[in-house]
Ligand binder design. Structure first.
Ligand SMILES: [Zn+2]
Length: 425
């Protein structure tokens, strides 16, 4: 009797998976093998149960849905390692920080997540939230995406960024004392014990990456732009605790000393890295630390300076041109780079601007595409995304032109599939 019931349950489970399983054949002119940099013609990609199961197969199964994309070129879904989905930029963030509920922030994040997916970005890392609540807004959106409730990329979310009282990322800096109370749950820490509390709170509530602010920033009101903020000891405590949970740490760092301190603490990526020098580059290469330069935001910030606080503008005018020059040096030195926009500083949905910006700093187009695919996958520690390859998740986009020759074509992605589901055609 017992085995009979098990058999029935087994049959039901087969029927229900079959009902969800979608087999699709995508036909296009070519696909880009981002690892070799070669265009492969033709591109007949068989997708079953969300995975790529065959490329240019001899035999095509009967009764299969076919999507003919004509002369378009296929690429793996793009990735952005530095976004803030619950923020939009309008010269500052104060209106969101002081006036918007976490609930509305989640809806804002859903809106921005859909824009990001439609731009061809199928996986993103959300490195910190703008809403000063103990609710982890972007973690909620990430889970909603995983459960298929919303049209969104796969989101690896950080919860709150971890910083010092009055540091970059202490979003109450500039507000009246006592207006908003913050502590380790909000990522504001003083000392190793609070650092530990902050990490454990974010991880307990679903963070899959931890973001720290090793140094001062540009769009915040503290005086320095490059000075180290978290102590060496605080950073070490955070990284060690996150690593015990098999979670990686991303470090916002502009100044040279802070960059080096974060690398020595064991972070996986340096965000911005504006004042990176030869010593820091060498250390990053030795330790396999990835640079996420967020270089496209320079053009965006410098074109909207009239809306930004003058103190921030002064910092931006000082550090951002240096950051551009130093990125060119890092590219030449062969530092491994992953794509990050710092959206909304490049507006959500315009994430591909970063590819053009990296090329403008001297990167080869294929390397910009690698930054947006295989290098990002490596940073996330995900081995089944970032390439059009048998056994990989079917994250596939299509563009009109060969992106190696026309990087701008990535700004108007025509087709988006994530894990075998078509979101844009
Ligand atoms: Zn950021």
């Amino acid at each position: 009797m017992k085995s009979y019931i098990l058999l029935i349950l087994y049959c039901i489970s087969i029927i229900s998976t079959r009902a969800q399983a979608q087999s699709i054949l995508i036909k296009a002119d070519a696909y880009l093998d981002v690892r070799t940099g070669k265009l492969v013609k033709p591109a007949n990609i068989l997708i079953e149960d969300g995975l790529i199961t065959a490329i240019n197969p001899q035999v095509i199964p009967d009764n299969i849905d076919k999507v003919d994309l004509g002369n378009k070129i296929l690429l793996p879904g793009l990735m952005d390692m530095h976004v803030h989905l619950d923020l939009d930029f309008n010269g500052g963030f104060e209106h969101i920080i002081t006036k918007e509920s976490a609930s509305k922030g989640a809806i804002r994040a859903v809106k921005n997540a859909e824009k990001t997916l439609m731009a061809g970005f199928t996986t993103i890392r959300n490195v910190g939230q703008g809403h000063l609540t103990t609710d982890l807004v972007n973690v909620a959106v990430s889970e909603a995406s995983d459960e298929g409730w919303i049209k969104a990329p796969r989101i690896i979310a950080a919860g709150h960024m971890i910083t010092i009282t009055g540091g970059h990322g202490d979003l109450t800096l500039g507000l009246a004392e006592e207006l908003i109370k913050v502590g380790p749950e909000h990522g504001i820490i003083n000392g190793p014990i609070e650092a530990l509390k902050a990490v454990r709170y974010q991880i307990k509530h679903g963070a899959k990456v931890i973001k720290i602010h090793a140094t001062a920033g540009v769009l915040s009101l503290e005086d320095s732009v490059g000075a180290q903020q978290l102590t060496n000891e605080e950073m070490k405590v955070i990284v060690d605790e996150a690593n015990r949970h098999h979670i990686k740490v991303a470090a916002h760092a502009h100044g040279t000393e802070g960059i080096i301190a974060a690398i020595n603490a064991g972070v996986a990526s340096i965000e911005h890295g504006s004042l990176i020098n030869d010593k820091a580059m060498k250390l990053m290469k030795e330790k396999g630390v990835i640079l996420v330069p967020t270089t496209g935001l320079v053009d965006n910030i410098l074109s909207s300076v009239d809306k930004i606080n003058p103190k921030m503008v002064k910092k931006a005018r000082y550090v951002l041109p240096l950051a551009q020059q130093n990125l060119s040096k890092a590219i030449k030195a062969g530092v491994k780079i992953a794509l990050g926009t710092d959206a909304p500083l490049i507006p959500h949905g315009h994430n591909a601007n970063e590819l053009s910006a990296m090329v403008a700093r001297g990167m080869q187009p294929i390397d910009a595409l690698r930054a947006a695919t295989i290098n990002s996958a490596e940073l996330l520690g995900m081995e089944n995304i970032g390439e059009i390859k048998i056994g990989f998740l079917a994250d596939i986009i299509a563009v009109e032109l060969n992106p190696i020759k026309n990087i701008e074509t990535l700004k108007s992605v025509k087709f988006v599939m994530k894990a075998g589901i078509i979101y844009k055609q």
